[in-house]
Design a protein around this ligand. Structure first.
Ligand code: ZN
Length: 463
């Protein structure tokens, strides 16, 4: 099986793939790669790591997160260190950076270089376009290996995170379609949301309940409809970067049925939180799109189990705690949650409560994000030849402690602080090396590598 190949490590435990749990299985590692995988009699290796009763998963791939929206490149170090502690071995980082978003080849090259200096685990990069006049940069950025493009229908910031109007978006989609990448979309309608926020502010209604009220389902559904129509007209793979609504997955399916390349992603928080959370945790629980109702949570699970969800991401947004404090005006609070260290334990916990198998973690938080970003099977797969990226979960009762977040002090906050989980990340392996031992991050900044898209061939967005 492994032939004459020298085996460095043998990792034993219950191996979790998208298809099955192989009880008392093993993974043989040679150098940075997986050499063999199996059950029963195992080959000899220099070191044996017994994890009897633990789940041995592919290292998780977070297909949507942000490292550098606030602080610049030191955010790469903080977020990827936290990812290592969370069993995540590849992150796909969004382009909306401060001070310079990834909007041209020069900025992408600079970020690739920064990843090589700061990252603890492997990083793939999204690129974006300027508000107007920057579409000639799409092809060169694809050549540099960005795995996807991100565009927004809503303006968070005119330079860092601009709204791309439909005229520009149509032309951008034509260019992106030629690269085989998907165009991931922040999907909220600008006019609807801005009007409702202006009305709320004018009447002095700035409480936490006004966040969801000013970003109604209509704003999201309208944006979804527009971008899927633009995708149909241009042949571009259009992907909702987050659907807080069950209907988003139906809209993607309808666009596919009409001949389009369309998909939609959920974030872990949309599978467990409702808008009441923002009343209990004003500030901390603010994200966009906002949390919805119990019915939307259940509808999103139904879509997931029906195979209509592209993948599950964190949308990790490490604002400093000072930006998340509510002081009477919900509109002044930064939108986004931390999520890298809660992804694996919380997803396991939610699956266990629903009587669902951990194979869904391997499928929706490793294999599928890796496929959509053109990284599979190097990433997100436990197969011979793949990078030996591994996440080991210990089951039990553990309370999540935000003080243990492996990022800089002002980023150690979580909506799930103090919440009981049914699993913890016992170890993380990145390319054949243990980078988290359950207590400490063992890697150094600069160990992580930029992971370019492996191929320009488009992926099949359907389930
Ligand atoms: Zn995001």
């Amino acid at each position: 099986m492994a032939g004459e190949m020298r085996l460095d490590h043998l990792i034993r435990g219950d191996i979790v793939t998208p298809e099955a749990v192989l009880a008392d299985g093993w993974i043989a590692v040679s150098g940075e790669r997986i050499a063999a995988i199996g059950t029963g009699e195992a080959p000899e290796a220099a070191a044996v790591h017994a994890h009897r009763g633990r789940l041995v998963l592919p290292g998780l791939v977070d297909g949507h997160m942000h490292t550098s929206s606030h602080t610049g490149w030191e955010g790469i170090a903080g977020a990827t260190r936290s990812a290592a502690a969370g069993g995540i071995t590849t992150v796909c980082d969004m382009p909306y950076d401060t001070p310079r978003p990834v909007m041209d080849a020069e900025a992408l090259a600079a970020k690739i270089e920064a990843v090589g200096r700061h990252a603890y685990i492997d990083v793939s990069l999204y690129a974006t376009v300027r508000k107007s006049g920057g579409l000639d940069q799409i092809a060169p950025m694809a050549s540099l290996g960005c795995t996807a493009f991100k565009l927004s229908t809503f303006e968070v910031d005119p330079v860092r995170f601009p709204r791309i109007d439909h005229g520009e978006m149509r032309e951008a989609f034509q260019e992106i379609a030629r690269t085989g990448r998907m165009a991931a979309i922040h999907n909220e309608d600008q006019e609807i949301v801005q009007r409702l926020i202006a009305d709320a502010k004018a009447s002095g209604r700035t409480g936490p309940e006004m966040h969801a009220a000013t970003r109604p389902p209509l704003a999201e559904r309208l944006a979804n409809l527009a971008v899927f129509e633009l995708g149909l007209a241009t042949g571009c793979h259009v992907h909702l970067a987050h659907s807080s609504l069950a209907a988003g997955f139906d809209q993607a399916a309808a666009a596919r049925a009409a001949g389009g390349r369309a998909s939609a992603e959920t974030c872990l928080h949309y599978l467990c939180m409702t808008k009441e959370a923002l009343l209990a945790h004003p500030g901390i629980a603010k994200c966009t799109p906002p949390f919805r109702s119990e019915a939307e949570v259940e509808g999103s699970w139904a879509a997931l189990l029906a195979g209509r969800v592209a993948y599950i991401s964190t949308d990790h947004a490490p604002w400093p705690l000072s930006r998340k404090r509510f002081a009477g005006d919900i509109f002044a609070v930064g939108a986004g949650l931390t999520g890298l260290q809660t992804l694996a334990p919380l997803l396991y916990t939610l699956l266990e409560r629903r009587g669902l198998p951990p194979t869904l973690i391997a499928r929706f938080a490793a294999e599928r994000p890796a496929r959509f970003h053109g990284l599979w099977p190097k990433k997100g797969a436990l197969v011979p030849g793949a990078d030996a990226d591994i996440c080991i979960l210990a089951r039990g009762r553990f309370r999540f402690d935000a003080a243990r977040i492996e990022d800089r002090e002002e980023h150690r906050w979580s909506l799930w602080d103090g919440v009981e989980m049914s699993a913890r990340v016992a170890e993380t392996w990145s390319r054949g090396e243990r980078v988290w031992d359950g207590e400490r991050v063992l890697a150094a900044p600069g160990r992580g590598r930029f992971q370019p898209r492996l191929s320009d061939a488009p992926v099949e967005p359907g389930a």
